[in-house]
Design a protein around this ligand. Structure first.
Ligand SMILES: [Mg+2]
Length: 370
């Protein structure tokens, strides 16, 4: 598959409310879209590490420039029969997983259009339905959080994720558990604690959570293993798993009992499938996480979540749950009352950027053609 042309868009679109976590607040989505063209076929990819390098060392601005300066000249005019050929071509560039994912995910949708198959078929997914959980960022006060949790439960979400940070920790979690004694909760710490917080995690351990997501630093596997050995509650790794190698080490060290897989964080869909398979072989259940993405990235995540070891409700929300004005047509929404999405029935995915929205929200764009 020769790549004749690459277009890259730096797009900013608004959220309904700012998304608050342990590392700050995002009032809008800064995302990078990549369009690859081969002959008369094309495929779109989306990758967003968030505006600032707070979730990982990558930022939206950095991803845009890394693709333009370093990656695009390696890809355009070259032939890539498989995604592994793209990985191989970009291998000498260290890290920069989000930047690599933007290109590789566009390759997958290009491939899907060439073969006229839904994306999940290329990935090997078999599930007919993909369940979604809900997630709440840090709110202004506990009353607002309790109301939001109750609404989520009333709406039919079977599990709720709570962002958990210093100042919004046990003082939030204990009353939540008291109010909702039987509901399935997990917390996401976004790397904001250390092993010195073990006494606090021992308190969390008594609250019957489904898992604790990424309690310790974003680049750690060893201290997570030490913490996991002292906790009943499973640890789920997010930020710490950036590659298949990280997953292999996490298995060996026993750093986690769950893994959250996000295609942009791990360099794309091929690594996502490989990490999924490695986790499955080692009895570690997985679920698909999400960044602040448009329906393009969300739609790709739904396709990935059809693989059979994604057994916990995923972090894939409908567009209307947080996005004020999405950039695709159509947008990802639940097809019925249940909190489940159905995989694509068209080649690739149905959610492609609308030209009018691209016109409205693109801040920077470049094109390379050979
Ligand atoms: Mg997380």
């Amino acid at each position: 598959m020769r790549i004749d042309r690459m277009e890259v868009y730096y797009v900013v679109f608004p959220l309904i409310y700012p998304w608050r976590t342990a590392y700050g607040a995002d009032p809008d989505v800064h995302t990078i879209l990549v369009r690859l063209q081969s002959g008369n076929k094309s495929g779109w990819g989306e990758t967003t590490p968030l505006y600032a390098p707070c979730y990982s060392p990558e930022s939206s601005v950095g991803v845009y420039h890394t693709i333009r300066e370093y990656f695009a000249p390696q890809i355009v005019g070259e032939d890539f029969p498989t995604a592994r050929h793209i990985q191989e071509r970009l291998k000498h560039f260290k890290g920069n997983y989000f930047s690599k994912a933007g290109i590789e995910n566009a390759w997958w949708l290009l491939k899907a259009h060439m073969e006229e198959k839904p994306l999940h078929q290329l990935l090997g997914g078999t599930r007919k339905a993909v369940e979604s959980g809900t997630a709440h960022g840090i709110k202004e006060n506990l009353d607002m959080l309790m109301g939001a949790i109750q609404k989520g439960i009333d709406d039919g979400y079977k599990r709720t994720k709570l962002k958990f940070a210093k100042g919004w920790g046990l003082e939030m979690l204990k009353p939540v558990r008291a109010n909702f004694p039987r509901h399935t909760f997990h917390i996401d710490c976004n790397s904001s604690f250390t092993l010195d917080d073990l006494p606090m995690f021992k308190e969390v351990d008594k609250l019957g959570l489904a898992m604790i997501e990424q309690p310790l630093p974003y680049d750690d596997l060893i201290e997570h293993a030490k913490l996991q050995a002292q906790m009943q509650t499973p640890i789920c790794l997010d930020e710490s798993i950036k590659s298949v190698r990280d997953m292999r080490l996490a298995v060996e060290l026993k750093s986690c009992r769950y893994v959250n897989i996000k295609p942009p964080r791990v360099g794309g869909l091929q690594a996502s499938v490989d990490i999924h398979n490695l986790a499955k072989e080692n009895g570690i259940p997985a679920w698909v996480g999400g960044m602040l993405e448009s329906s393009l990235g969300k739609g790709v995540n739904v396709e990935l979540a059809t693989l059979d070891n994604f057994v916990y409700p995923n972090d894939i929300g409908p567009s209307s749950r947080g996005i004020k004005e999405d950039i695709t047509e159509p947008k990802l929404e639940f097809p019925g009352k249940e909190k489940i999405f159905k995989p694509s029935t068209v080649p690739g995915i149905p959610f492609l950027p609308s030209p009018a929205k691209l016109e409205k929200f693109t801040r920077h764009k470049f094109v390379l053609e050979k």
